[in-house]
Design a protein around this ligand. Structure first.
Ligand SMILES: NC(=O)c1ccc[n+]([C@@H]2O[C@H](COP(=O)([O-])OP(=O)(O)OC[C@H]3O[C@@H](n4cnc5c(N)ncnc54)[C@H](OP(=O)(O)O)[C@@H]3O)[C@@H](O)[C@H]2O)c1
Length: 325
């Protein structure tokens, strides 16, 4: 067997730690390097996660021969430029969600990756969570009949802190790109690109949207009803309803461990898909497979889909009067 792929992580924040912890569940990958804007933070992270190399600059990690693939875990506004830098250096790259701040930025990265023949993917881990994958198979098998309505709630209470990236406009703050992106991905995955959308939002003291209710409309009266908020702890459920029944992903649905089916023509049944770890190892494992197969894009999460989701998010942002990035 060839040696494990050596991951290099940009950033030492919350998600970088969770991702590093989950790499221990992957046979084919290892957390080999971390980079921070500060050497102290890089070294502390390397010690905590038994990481061989600690770089005091992102540039040094991207250029390093000790790294086979880069994982970008910095705030959203830095994703596109850092991904472009990886692609230019010939390094495959997994970019945290949202892949970029707008569809235009994401498309620039997509085109660069295609031109260079370098693998790039959004870290939309939900697409690889076993319960979500089971749900998608059940929908494809027409278990629910013809799909009519999709619902998703991503309301996770985050106490207000003007300096935190979630609330700071300069760090890409706002609930739509942080949590809403999952709900829009779910709607796109099941119903495709909407024909139109209506969006109701409440903005807070820093001007970013903190609470959003949206309806995405499709032909034949189909719709996706999405709620996302930093202001309250919501149901954190997702549903897909068709002519024969309803499927419910248990909370927190975007990384949940079970789903239930119910309905007039569908037997009530719960499927257990429990797993160890946080759930980031499934996307990492998929990246390993893609690289082993010599792919430059994921067949499960193609970049065109990532761009399309961001296009809908652009429209939603415009509808509530937010400036384009
Ligand atoms: N998939 C998921 O479940 C999930 C969960 C949480 C977050 N995320 C995504 O991951 C990204 C990071 O989120 P997070 O919650 O990990 O954020 P965080 O805790 O604030 O960490 C972000 C890290 O980025 C680095 N960074 C670089 N430039 C920065 C700047 N100007 N200001 C602040 N930090 C900067 C910092 O590392 P150094 O200072 O060491 O360089 C910092 O530790 C976001 O895009 C978010 O959407 C995904």
């Amino acid at each position: 067997m060839s040696r494990p792929l050596r991951w290099g992580l940009l950033g030492t924040g919350t998600i970088a730690s969770l991702f590093a912890e989950d790499l221990v569940h992957c046979d084919e990958g290892t957390c080999a390097a971390v980079a921070s804007r500060s050497s102290e933070r890089a070294e502390a992270f390397a010690e905590a996660h038994r990481t061989e190399h600690a770089f005091a600059s992102y540039d040094a990690l991207i250029a390093s021969d000790a790294v086979d693939i880069v994982y970008i875990g910095t705030p959203h506004p830095f994703h596109a430029a850092q991904a472009l830098q990886c692609i230019e250096a010939g390094k495959p790259v997994l970019v945290e969600k949202p892949f970029a701040m707008s569809a235009a930025e994401a498309d620039k990265v997509r085109r660069a990756a295609q031109r260079a023949g370098v693998f790039a993917m959004e870290a939309m881990w939900t697409a690889f969570i076993p319960a979500v994958q089971r749900a998608l198979v059940l929908v494809e098998q027409q278990t629910l009949g013809a799909l009519q309505t999709v619902r998703a709630d991503l309301s996770v209470r985050r106490p207000f802190d003007a300096a935190h990236r979630l609330y700071d406009p300069d760090l890409g703050g706002g609930v739509l790109l942080d949590l809403g992106v999952y709900a829009v991905w779910w709607a796109h995955r099941l119903l495709g690109t909407p024909a139109s959308c209506t969006v109701d939002a409440t903005c807070g003291a820093t001007g970013v949207e903190e609470d959003v209710t949206a309806t995405l409309s499709y032909n034949k009266g189909r719709e996706a009803v999405l709620t996302t908020s930093f202001r309250e702890q919501g149901t954190r459920l997702a549903h897909a309803t068709g002519t024969n029944g309803t499927l419910r992903l248990h909370a927190p649905w975007w990384h949940g461990q079970a789903l239930s089916l119910t309905g007039r023509s569908v037997d009530t049944e719960t499927y257990d898909h429990s797993f160890a770890g946080h759930g980031y190892h499934f996307e990492a494992q998929h990246v390993h497979e893609c690289l082993r197969e010599g792919r430059t894009e994921s067949p499960v999460l193609p970049l065109a889909d990532t761009v399309a989701v961001l296009h809908t998010l652009d429209e939603m942002r415009a509808t509530i009067g937010l400036e384009p990035w």
